[in-house]
Design a protein around this ligand. Structure first.
Ligand code: HEM
Length: 79
């Protein structure tokens, strides 16, 4: 979970025009071996939105984050 939290922080910083020092693998290669489905992807997006809401983040900004996450759905699910 520590590693995942670090990835989420890096992702959010990048999405909101913060620093982008990402040098890892692309989203397709990075997730291809995990066997994840739409259900898993939906759960991650829902948890992310709920957490941002809990932290008092503006709904428009949450929508923006969700849209950006959606933009990589097919790559993450390797299709
Ligand atoms: C917006 C969607 C997502 C983004 C931006 C994202 C981002 C990332 C990044 C940057 C990595 C590192 C890749 C590497 O360098 O090897 C990674 C790995 C990983 N992601 Fe995601 N991810 C997303 C969705 C998901 C989902 C839906 C799951 C599962 C429910 C997931 C589970 C994992 C796991 C387990 C790893 C580690 C794989 C390994 O080390 O073998 N990710 N993710």
């Amino acid at each position: 979970m520590d590693k995942q939290a670090t990835k989420q922080k890096a992702f959010l910083s990048m999405v909101f025009s913060g620093p982008n020092h990402y040098e890892g693998t692309d989203m397709r290669t990075g997730h291809a071996h995990l066997g994840i489905t739409d259900e898993h992807f939906d759960a991650v997006v829902e948890n992310l939105a709920a957490t941002l809401q809990e932290l008092g983040v503006d709904n428009d900004d949450i929508g923006e984050v969700a849209n950006i996450a959606e933009s990589v759905r097919d790559e993450v699910l390797n299709r």
